[in-house]
Design a protein around this ligand. Sequence first.
Ligand code: GLC
Length: 731
Amino acid sequence: MMTRSIKKAGLMVAFMALATMNAGAQTYLNPNAPLEERVKDALSRMTTHEKIKLLHAQSKFTSAGVPRLGIRQLNMDDGPHGVREELEWNTWNPARWTNDYIVAFPSLTCLASTWNRGLSLAYGDAVSEEFAFRGKDIMLGPGVNIQRTPLNGRAFEYMGEDPYLAGEMVVPYIQAAQRNGVACCLKHFVLNDQETDRFAVNVNVSERAMHEIYLEPFRRVVEKAHVWTIMGSYNLWNGVHCCHNDALLNGILKKGWNWDGALVSDWGGTTNTWEAVHGGLDIEMGTYTDGKTKESNFGYDQYYLGNPFEQLIEEGKVPMSVLDEKASRVLRTIFRTAMNPNKVIGSQCSEAHYDVCRQVGEEGIVLLKNEKNILPLDASKYQKILVVGENATRSLTQGGGSSELKTLRDVSPLEAFQGLYGDKIDYAQGYYSGRTIYDQVDRIDPEKQAALKAEALQKAKSADLIIFVGGLNKNHGQDCENGDRESYNLSFGQNELIAELAKIQKNTIVVIFGGNPYAMPWLNQVKALTHCWYLGSEAGTALANVLSGKVCPSGKLPVTFAQKYEDYPYVKFGAEAYPGVNKQVYYKEDIFVGYRHFTTNNVKPLFPFGYGLSYTTFAYGKPTVTQENGNMVVSVQVTNTGKVAGKEIAQIYVNAPKTGLPRAARELKGFAKTRTLRPNESETLRITIPKEDLRYYDETAHDWALTKGTYTLHVGASVNDIRGHATITLD
Ligand code: GLC
């Protein structure tokens, strides 16, 4: 009897011990345990070397987990518009998978042009489902660098010239993605506003412009979307690389904004161990490469946060607390994504994703000119419609650098027009742009160019409508990473070709693809102009739906189109203001970027910020403003006074009380888009403006401040088309 009871007691003790151990083992693996407990428990079980390995790449696009403990690695991939094709584990070469064809969504500047927060949510949900389905934990985007120059090679990946619009339009995208258990990696933090000398340029900018313009979209996203990772930028600020800039990453981001995520370097953006250790970097990626083409024979352990950092720890030169702080941020990211029980399976190339792609395209297209309502097209009026231009057939989902995509479906404008108008459609390429291998552009053969032009002009003689489809094309120097545009003009002889086509046939419609404004010497000779950014896999369908009137255009510009290049505010300051001299660039226009300059200094733009035509018209009622728990709420009724259904974007621009401090005449601080309004239908929009959004950055206090006095709230259909205003006094 005795033996049996002792045995039983012994078994009980053993079981209890096992359960305790298991219970201990369960915490970091327990999906229901609080996140911080999982982090702490995991950290307590890791060796120094295992903590170090979390902090740097183990392949081109992954960073290590802890295999011994069953802690997953982090799978990352580009880019903001869709999941990049799989590359080989250790090279930039495509892995040639046959199941990594995906949906290419429209460029983010196109999303910004929709001014539709609901569509941004749908976009983030759809694109993150594609990342999840491909087993990715971090999507390397979106980007919110500010478009201070129309020559920036990567502007197409960003959200325009205004920090409020950029922040507001990217918040829903990130909220949706992270609800799916996929981390966004907001980039490129910060001041990566040009591609020229991007690895080495040091940006000199006032503290006020830094906070009010360049940091602001990032701050809004950290505050409202709690983005889980952020990518440091290649360039320098105050002489220190942003991928490990203590003042920026520890001072402003982690302490100032109380951010708990992991700071990922841009690929090759890490330059030394000491700064990487003390400058706020958490995950070092792509070191010894240039982020796209160059290779190195260094091993991953030789990364700056690899063996060199481990040695500093072993020698006691850096306290373990510094390593633990970094490792905790990486573990937090792993438990939010790779080991998040709520991470979705996702899907790839679903019709739902193509629908979102098409809708963002349709609402992002901006109708800039529509003389005599030649649009929407009434095909019955025309016998022969000639489509001219390389972008009518060229896939614009490839190219551009790291945001390039391998698509399953790519509907071109020409295919869509042929689908709609059948054999009324004829085509002439008109010009060609040559082939690019990222950094080199082939010579353009003038004979071939002349022959293409002659063929187009010849065909134009027998057409009664011409649709020119051109613009930029994500070749090097044509909206592509690692290089800016060389000119504000369209290339490959397009300007001359458009002018000569319009001389032959006055019914000429121009469709331009591109991420930036450009000169339009032919504007007065053409009947209509739409700007399309990049529309992704459903480009042709979205474009044809708008030109045909199946969809009423509602997009509005997130950037200013100047009358001429010299009107952009930085140009008068010379090369120092862009692209910089001896790798130093000075943002001499300060806070007066884009429309802030054009409105304050009364420079008339060609097409203002927030401008976009519709096939219908809208009237605005008298705006009223009320104060509701610290916020101002502007109410304005919008009525469709035209003949077709459409959507309208109402914008609120604030003009602050005059003080000694220079301030922009207009600052966008609110906007809303109506639902589709039928003719004579109205909707009352309520636009909330938190009081803190009216602040300016006070450089003496090194903090935000609010001016007392009377603020004018201009309600407009664009920054220059004000339909009413209200005032509010802050005492
Ligand atoms: C590139 C880009 C960055 C991209 C990364 C990985 O150089 O700057 O946006 O996510 O490297 O491709």
